[in-house]
Design a protein around this ligand. Structure first.
Ligand code: ADP
Ligand code: MG
Length: 684
């Protein structure tokens, strides 16, 4: 009997109220949901080995005849062991089941069963513990490629597999990719693919099915983002006068790099086009994104627009405020600062000036998003280090402009692999600053253990003696009792360094300090009044002190690769040779390899790819932070080729039918809408 995809799971035998609830915890409510509950992995149980010849240590299937009535013992409370022997032509196998006394009643002497598990050898004796088994010839759990599903407590693997099988058998999924797309990319049919994902008959077919489903997922996602992009750019943008980058450059203490100039020209063109700019500027740490952002502001203000620049941390906002004030006020541009810790009177004044239109640029943190911040004529919104914000926050600031949407410029360092950037920033045009200012050298990076601490201390002193400054980053603020292994904490470490270097000026900054204090210390460091700044990761993003040449990171194994790269990016910003020392005593080989990857390259892209590979995209931004739909099937670290194809297909479809108005594209529109259902804010 064919059932509807929207039928509740309770139509299946064995699913009552209780199981229904458990399933709904997994988000499974309908048969369609069951079909889209994909296996986490597969085990190949097609081959049946002879007991003596099966490889040891990996999961194998053997076919054995039960040689004796199983016996069950209860060695202690809560533990039962059921033992028996089985044999085939090649030999004997000892089986042990823990806490599965019921197996004794199921395994009949003299009958054949398939047992799957790992074979272990002790001398001549072969054994297997807790195997999966079924009578020979049944072919449900064995004899095929068996899917392994993610589970929840209260539902067994066997049950879930059975229900999914029933759903597969009793439904038929309609094809929903446009025929021309399916043919152009040689994709398998939808229904076949779903069936094959759940019951693959070969790994080749499994791959074909997976490819189709990944494509489908990425196709709808990118189609949605394209629509979003189109909608973002709808309407008239703040019209800027076309200005020359050369004029702006006169304000700068340096000449722009080629990449900076190209990027700026793109921005100038966007802002003078009459359309709304939505542009991402991607550039590795130290590539000089601030000067580009300042240029965009300069053009906008010169055309009578107001600008807002939002930074993810207070330290960075304050620093930008100083840099931009210095750069832009000589040209008559009025700059203000607004953060959570600005004094009430200051806040009031800045807000008033923004509303009146007497302030041209406001620099701030997400305090800029708060109520009561209004602009007279907002023309441009810049967010720095965008990967720290979600998509919604970016939109929220634009919304401040009222009916007329401002230009949007997003600055981001590259610890975003290209694939992920395509998704997260799929709604933006992208400029890449792939070049660093002249005279920059790579930061030499070393991994050292505790045994090298004395030498490292000598190195800190040497850098300071040469007139430079150093950062020392610790993973914790202060001593904590709940850490199993004590981590270096900034507070104690600063004290220890002061004792070791009584003649040096040691500073301390961390997130729990008051903003004013933080600001004072950062200021002192920027002015060269502090030699060594001990801190937590509050200095991770954006901070720019070109005289600092040494970055020491304590307990470096505690940090992610991209984070370490960002931290390292705090040095190597001036002309002098810079160094980064990763201190870690970890014995974990994988962690050491990870840290070594950082020693071997300064290329943010490469590091980001590696990080994505090691940690997966979920961790990259804190799963939901970016506000985009979760991917069920696609793996952005591996599915790059399919991503590009799916995106190309989606773009082509939308060129032909920009609003998906044609009847045959109705399904595409529906699916895309549904995909973004949970995030209506970004899709309206
Ligand atoms: P990021 O891209 O990490 O935000 P910044 O904008 O903070 O980088 O710039 C890093 C440093 O390089 C700053 O000290 C800045 O003044 C300097 N800088 C930027 N562009 C140039 C350039 N074209 N020539 C020389 N120095 C530059
Ligand atoms: Mg920056």
């Amino acid at each position: 009997m064919l059932r509807s995809l929207q039928d509740k799971v309770t139509v299946l035998p064995g699913i009552g109220e209780k199981k229904e609830q458990l399933l709904s915890k997994l988000g499974i409510r309908t048969l369609e949901d069951l079909l889209h509950w994909f296996p986490r992995r597969y085990v190949d149980r097609r081959k049946v080995w002879q007991i003596r010849h099966a490889p040891e240590g990996e999961e194998v299937c053997v076919c054995g005849v039960v040689a004796q009535q199983p016996t069950t013992a209860y060695p202690r409370k809560g533990l039962s062991t059921t033992r028996l022997r089985v044999f085939d032509r090649s030999g004997l196998l000892y089986l042990t089941f823990f806490n599965q006394a019921y197996t004794a009643g199921r395994l009949k002497v003299g009958e054949s069963y398939i047992f799957c598990g790992k074979i272990e050898r002790m001398g001549q004796r072969l054994s297997m513990t807790n195997p999966v088994y079924e009578p020979e010839g049944v072919g449900e759990m064995t004899g095929r490629i068996v899917p392994v599903y993610p589970l929840t407590a209260g539902i067994s693997a066997r049950q879930l597999a059975e229900w999914i099988d029933m759903a597969v058998e009793s439904t038929a999924l309609p094809e929903d990719l446009p025929q021309e797309v399916r043919l152009a990319y040689g994709l398998a049919e939808r229904n076949w693919s779903i069936q094959t994902i759940h019951r693959p008959d070969s790994f080749e077919n499994l791959n074909r099915a997976r490819e189709r489903l990944v494509f489908e997922e990425l196709f709808y996602l990118t189609a949605g983002l394209e629509l979003l992009h189109a909608r973002r750019s709808e309407g008239q943008g703040f019209l800027c006068r076309p200005l020359l980058t050369e004029r702006y450059e006169k304000l700068l203490p340096f000449t722009l790099t080629g990449a900076q100039r190209r990027t700026l020209e793109e921005i100038f063109r966007d802002q003078a086009s009459g359309k709304i700019m939505n542009r991402l500027v991607q550039g590795d740490v130290g590539s000089g994104k601030t000067a580009v952002a300042a240029g965009a502001v300069w053009q906008c203000v010169h055309s009578g627009g107001q600008c807002a620049l939002m930074a993810p941390t207070e330290i960075l906002a304050v620093q930008h405020y100083h840099t931009l004030t210095e750069l832009l006020t000589p040209d008559g541009i009025r700059v203000g600062l607004l953060t959570g810790s600005s004094k009430a009177a200051e806040k009031r004044e800045v807000k008033q000036q923004l509303a009146e239109g007497t302030l041209d640029l406001v620099v701030g943190t997400h305090a800029l998003l708060s109520d009561g911040v209004e602009f007279a004529h907002l023309g441009l919104v810049v967010t720095d280090e965008q990967h720290r914000f979600g998509v919604e926050q970016r939109s929220a600031l634009s919304a401040k402009a009222g009916a007329r949407k401002p230009h949007v410029l997003v600055m981001s360092a590259t610890p975003i692999p290209r694939t992920l950037a395509l998704i997260i920033y799929g709604d933006l045009d992208v400029s890449v600053i792939g070049e660093r200012p002249p005279g920059r050298q790579d930061v030499d990076t070393f991994l050292v253990g505790e045994d090298k601490r004395q030498r490292m201390m000598g190195f800190i002193r040497k850098q300071v003696q040469e007139g430079h400054q150093a950062y020392v980053v610790c993973p914790a603020v202060e001593e904590s009792e709940d850490m199993p292994v004590p981590l270096k904490n900034a507070t104690d470490h600063a004290r220890a360094l002061q004792q070791a270097f009584p003649d040096l000026r040691i500073g301390l900054v961390h997130g729990r300090m008051k903003s004013k204090e933080k600001e004072q210390i950062m200021d002192a460091f920027l002015q060269g009044e502090v030699d060594v700044l001990v801190s937590t990761t509050v200095i991770e993003v954006g901070v720019d002190a070109p005289n600092a040449t040494l970055m020491v990171i304590e307990d470096a194994d505690r940090f992610g690769l991209s984070q370490l790269h960002q931290l390292r990016g705090r040095v190597g910003r001036g002309k002098a040779k810079s160094f980064c020392v990763l201190v870690s005593s970890t014995k974990n080989e994988e962690t050491r390899q990870r840290l070594k990857a950082l020693c071997s390259t300064n290329d943010g892209f490469k590091i980001a790819e590696k990080d994505l590979e090691l940690r997966g995209p979920g961790d990259f931004f804190g799963a939901r932070q970016h506000g985009l739909p979760q991917l069920q099937m696609a793996d952005l670290a591996c599915d790059t080729r399919i991503l590009y194809q799916a995106r190309e297909a989606a773009q082509q479809l939308l060129t032909e039918d920009p609003t998906l108005a044609k009847p045959e594209h109705r399904v595409v529109l529906d699916r895309t809408r549904r995909l973004f259902e949970e995030n209506p804010d970004i899709f309206n």
